[in-house]
Design a protein around this ligand. Structure first.
Ligand code: NDP
Length: 284
């Protein structure tokens, strides 16, 4: 039986460490502020934004939600970003993606001040991740690294296989594993003999977006299996990219869905906002 990596418990520990730091910062007159822009009324985006607002309240941040109608123009949206860039009480800014049709994600990401880009999507921050001197870590891959660290799983010298090469998960995930001296293979939809490549992994990270995609024959006995996916199965039940029931008996350690990587992403967003507030007040 695999060791279960409990993202709920680990994220709660991280959030309480952040809350303790916020208490100290408030004594210096600093309250970290996070602004979240939501354009339109996509129900999934509304839920994500609500959860971020709740997390802000729990750790003692000032959380500000800016709701804009789906009819907002590109220029109006950029004007909102510029206003937030200029505010000293807002240390972190994010725009919930995807944006409604007609609005360009990349223009919005480019407009956010890199010092306030707590999602770490701005090209300047992506560049820092490549070089390895990053200020902000992208939230989901950084959440995975926290899970690995706090579960005392060594990365150095291990063969790490990442399935998925998106800009928000797969690519930065591979860079963070590489920074810790893993030997990294990135797989994608054109990879030949995927199962055989995955079977070589000591650490297998699945970020595919397909329910139960990773099956038992793709996993080396004793491997650490990290499931980033958030999908619905044939019964509408939340599930990951890994066939948990089949893989769990083979793996050495595994994250569940829900309760694995998911809760870490928001915790890391809080951590980045705290870092941003400290930086903008000359404390780091
Ligand atoms: P994308 O759709 O942007 O990327 C999916 C990646 O999987 C692509 O690189 C694609 O390859 C690859 N892929 C698709 N099909 C196959 C296949 N048959 N074989 C091998 N590779 C394949 O997704 P994201 O990276 O944004 O997200 C991945 C998953 O993680 C989703 O389920 C998403 O919901 C979840 N997620 C979870 C978060 C969390 O907080 N837990 C946060 C963000 C995402 P190619 O590039 O060749 O098309």
């Amino acid at each position: 039986m695999a060791k279960l990596i409990d993202g709920k418990a680990i994220s709660a520990a991280l959030r309480s460490e952040i809350a303790a730091e916020v208490t100290e910062l408030k004594k210096k007159g600093i309250t970290p502020g996070l602004a979240v822009i939501l354009v339109g009324e996509d129900p999934a985006s509304q839920t994500y934004v609500r959860n971020k607002q709740k997390a802000c309240e729990e750790v003692g941040f000032h959380g500000e939600q800016i709701n804009l109608p789906a009819t907002t123009t590109q220029e109006e949206l950029l004007a909102v970003v510029r206003e937030l860039n200029a505010r000293t009480d807002i240390h972190g800014i994010l725009c919930q993606l995807p944006l409604p049709c007609g609005l360009d994600d990349s223009l919005v990401i480019a407009a956010i001040d890199p010092k306030k880009d707590v999602d770490a999507f701005h090209a300047e921050n992506v560049g820092h991740i490549m070089i390895g001197d990053q200020q902000f870590l992208p939230c989901t891959p950084a959440g995975v690294m926290e899970l690995i660290h706090r579960s005392e799983i060594a990365v150095e010298g291990k063969h790490c296989v990442v399935i998925g090469r998106s800009n928000i998960v797969g690519k930065p995930m591979a860079m963070l594993l590489l920074q810790e001296n893993g030997t990294v293979t990135i797989c994608h939809s054109r990879t030949r003999d995927l199962a055989q490549v995955c079977r070589q992994a000591d650490i297998l990270v699945a970020a595919v977006g397909r329910a139960k995609f990773v099956t038992a024959d793709m996993v080396k006995p004793g491997a650490t299996v990290i499931d980033v996916g958030i999908n619905r199965d044939e019964n509408g039940k939340l599930c990951g990219d890994v066939d948990f029931a089949a893989v769990e008996p083979i793996a050495g350690a595994i994250t569940p869905v829900p309760g694995g990587v998911g809760p870490m992403t928001i915790a890391l967003l809080m951590k980045n906002t705290l870092t941003a507030a400290k930086q903008q007040n000359g404390l780091v």
